[in-house]
Ligand binder design. Structure first.
Ligand code: SF4
Ligand code: SF4
Ligand code: FES
Length: 309
């Protein structure tokens, strides 16, 4: 008999399973499954005072907008987007990535140059937003970046080789040489550093030969000078070797203090000066320059153990 009971047990449990599946389930919510009503949050009002410039009317003024922070994202750019969408479509500002990558939303927020998409909204007081200082304003928070980009072009921000390696060759760089350009290649050209530099305010918009290039262009110039694959170090340094382009910097460090990518343009300028005065020299690259790529000998990291190391 005991053996027969044991044999029946699995059938019983299967029947129990069917029975529970057929039963209508009781809702765990008291009101029959309706979602609970949203709690009415106490409004957290915050005022943003924004610099406005309407070129067609020739008017410059400051305008205040008040938002409920409960309905706004946490960054200043979120607030600007809400103001533009819901309160004032005439407000102009630049933005693209919303993640501190494109460098287009640089502006002065509560006295500091930074990216609006990375700047958190301070819950206290009124937040004051201005365009990047000492730049020509096109409209509201949009500044003219033509001169800034021209300065960037002047430092020749591309790799220069004496001879063309050709499409079948690749340029090698050791890990140690690659490490040297770390912290220099991450610049997104937001112009926050240059426009916070007093020397750039005074001498950053002069004619070419007397133009102080500013921390952003000089950080990038240094990046190309020290790149082990570049062969135009002398030409690059010769272009910078004058009183104005580099030596105007007084190491005030405003640039480094405000860089939203935590880069150190002031240190790059100091290193550039050491190279310009021959107190430091560029070392020879660890690896030979151009090497032939032989497809049959190409590394396969999936299968080749040597390539994995
Ligand atoms: S160094 Fe920093 S602040 Fe200057 S342009 Fe590059 S990312 Fe912007
Ligand atoms: S360290 Fe040089 S480049 Fe940087 S803010 Fe000061 S003067 Fe300008
Ligand atoms: S929107 Fe791209 S950096 Fe701010």
């Amino acid at each position: 008999m005991a053996l027969f009971k044991h044999f029946l047990n699995p059938f019983k449990s299967i029947l129990r399973l069917f029975a529970t599946a057929a039963k209508p389930k009781k809702s765990l919510c008291k009101d029959g499954g309706k979602p609970p009503p949203e709690k009415e949050l106490k409004p957290k009002l915050k005022t943003f005072q924004i610099y406005r410039y309407l070129p067609h009317e020739g008017k410059t003024f400051k305008k205040s907008y008040t938002l409920d922070l409960n309905k706004t994202g946490i960054k200043v750019l979120d607030a600007l987007i809400r103001i533009k969408r819901e309160m004032d479509p005439t407000l102009a500002f630049r933005m693209s990535c919303r993640e501190g990558i494109c460098g287009s939303c640089g502006m002065n927020i509560d006295g500091k140059n930074t990216l609006a998409c990375l700047a958190p909204i301070s819950p206290k007081g009124t937040t004051k937003i201005y365009p990047l200082p000492h730049m020509y304003v096109i409209r509201d928070l949009v500044v003219d970046m033509k001169h800034f980009t021209k300065q960037h072009r002047r430092i020749m921000p591309w790799l220069i080789r004496k001879e063309d390696p050709g499409p079948d060759k690749q340029l090698l760089q050791s890990v140690k040489d690659r490490d040297k350009i770390d912290g220099r290649i991450e610049c997104i050209l937001c112009a926050c550093c240059s426009t916070s530099c007093p020397e750039y305010w005074w001498h950053g918009h002069s004619k070419d030969e007397k133009d102080f290039l500013g921390p952003a262009a000089l950080l990038n110039a240094y990046r190309w000078v020290i790149d082990s694959r570049d062969q135009a170090q002398q030409e690059r340094l010769a272009m910078l070797k004058n009183y104005f382009n580099v030596f105007r910097c007084h190491t005030i460090n405003n640039c480094t203090n405000c860089c939203p990518r935590q880069l150190n343009p002031a240190q790059a300028i100091s290193n550039l000066r050491l190279l310009l005065t021959n107190l430091q020299n560029k070392k020879k690259p660890d690896l030979p320059g151009a090497v032939l790529i032989e497809p049959e000998k190409a590394c396969n990291v999936e299968t080749d153990d040597e390539c994995k190391t």
